[in-house]
Design a protein around this ligand. Structure first.
Ligand code: PEP
Length: 256
């Protein structure tokens, strides 16, 4: 089954509203001529710039993603943002469970699961991030960690359309380090994740769900990564901050 590649730029805590608008205009120009049957593209600016991104990208194939969300609909949760608020700001996707949130903000598998369920209920697409640390890999527990994060993250989700869920395998040791996983390392874990999705959700979900690789993806390595059967695109951090390099990653992903 062929899955349309998806490239998502995670900007982390970078770019003001003006910088976001500039970037989005530039990316729109660079991607003119591409259509959504070839590739899906999304950018994830900080919360403050989501609306500006949505406005600047109107009429293009590029979607907007949030970098996090809270699961409640409304309430006394100072500092939090609900799925409905993200939809209102023009988001289609939300990244959840990113390793930086797990590491610095005490995100747990349970909170990630609640966020996924709340997003799906609102019609937004979760990009569920998971992956092992260097210590996990060196200690031989990569598959155990990935299995736990996949099972806990997807537990009880009511989703039947594979287009409504994205999983991102992001080995923590590869994020922001310049040390990309080899295509075979990514493939091995991502094939394992797909098998788990078949068990946890359903075989059709597993067949159609897009599993992205994330961790030091650059224009120079995207083509090779995309040759792998279970690599359906990329979640890109550092290299997504520059229009030219992000556009080269987008075009490189189509070569598959
Ligand atoms: C990320 O933050 O999700 C990421 C993959 O970062 P980088 O591409 O910079 O490693």
């Amino acid at each position: 089954m062929s899955r349309t590649p998806l490239i998502v730029g995670n900007w982390k805590m970078f770019k003001t509203i003006a910088e976001t608008t500039d970037f989005c205009r530039g990316l729109k120009e660079e991607t003119t001529g591409l259509d959504e049957k070839q590739v899906g593209v999304a950018v994830a600016p900080p919360f403050t710039a989501l609306s500006a991104a949505a406005q600047a990208l109107r009429g293009s194939l590029i979607s907007v993603a949030a970098q996090d969300v809270f699961w409640a609909e409304t309430g006394a949760y100072t500092g939090e943002v609900s799925p409905k608020m993200l939809a209102d700001a023009g988001c289609r996707f939300a990244i959840i469970g990113h390793s930086e949130r797990r590491q610095y903000f005490h995100e747990t598998d349970d909170s990630v699961n609640k966020k996924a369920a709340a997003l799906i209920k609102e019609g937004l697409i979760p990009i569920l991030c998971l992956g092992e640390t260097l210590a996990d890999r060196q200690g031989g527990s990569t598959f155990a960690v990935v299995e736990r994060e996949t099972r806990e993250g997807l537990k009880g989700l009511s989703v039947r359309d594979p287009g409504k869920l994205v999983v991102a395998y992001e080995p923590v040791w590869a994020i922001g380090t310049g040390q990309t996983a080899t295509p075979n390392q990514a493939q091995e874990v991502q094939a394992f994740i797909r098998k788990l999705v078949a068990e946890i959700l359903s075989p059709p979900m597993a067949q159609g769900v897009r599993i992205l690789y994330g961790g030091s993806v650059k224009p120079e390595n995207i083509v090779e990564l995309m040759t792998m059967n279970d690599v359906d695109g990329a979640l890109v951090g550092g290299a997504s901050l520059d229009v030219k390099s992000f556009s080269r990653i987008v075009s490189g992903s189509i070569s598959r």
